[in-house]
Ligand binder design. Sequence first.
Ligand SMILES: C[S@@+](CC[C@H](N)C(=O)[O-])C[C@H]1O[C@@H](n2cnc3c(N)ncnc32)[C@H](O)[C@@H]1O
Length: 251
Amino acid sequence: MSEKDNQKVYFGDKKVSKDIKKDGVEEIFTKVSDNYDLMNDMMSVGMHRLWKRSFIDTANIQKNHVCLDLAAGTGDIAKLIAQKVSKKSIYLCDQNKEMIEKAKERSLNEGFFNKCHFEVSSAEKLPFKDEQFDHVFISFGFRNFSDKSQSLLEIKRVLKKAGVLHILEFSKVENKTFSKIYDFYSYNFIPLMGQAISGDKKSYDYLVKSIRTHENQEDMLKLFNKAGFKDNNYENMFNGIVSLHRGRKCP
Ligand SMILES: C[S@@+](CC[C@H](N)C(=O)[O-])C[C@H]1O[C@@H](n2cnc3c(N)ncnc32)[C@H](O)[C@@H]1O
């Protein structure tokens, strides 16, 4: 293992090896998979639906585009993309097989299965050929990656020239007073909600801590720049609770 591979990364508020983070994240998403959709609605008071809708509506997806929904979870993003493309051109990829199974089942129940392909794989080593995608979307997955820089290089490899990476993620709240209210809500209520709904306080404790130790808006831009993306930019939603970063693969 090289020195770089040995570097520690945040898992919640603790620094651990990349391998330990990967296993920890796997364990958490396996545990939360059954109640994942309900918890998203409860924690964000339904706001995540609006953020995701805006994420996809502003992405300039054309009917013939090929799209990767990376860290796809239960398929919220793929379902929205399916309304924009005309072919079987959506690839859902997640390292957690329980989540991908949920996405598959949902796509069958909700009528978008025929536009989807499903892969269980981690973002750090994507099972796709070079220059396959017009867009790569990551919604609330990036902060969980055990090697963010490596995943960006992989994403760049699988994007077509001029293809776009879109990342929707929790970020840093700008207003100080709002930030205090948000902290109070998330540290005190989200783990309790997790306990009440899924009997699992610990995973939701991780969720709150992982948001605080994730890169802020400007540091995310630096990661994009370092990986060689161009025209990098971001916009905040809800005062920065969430931010949307975009970057283009250089033609
Ligand atoms: C919070 S969920 C987001 C799911 C969905 N995109 C959404 O917006 O609702 C995060 C997902 O990222 C996946 N994930 C975490 N680390 C990953 C990695 N390194 N590669 C691929 N998927 C990963 C988890 O298994 C989980 O399904």
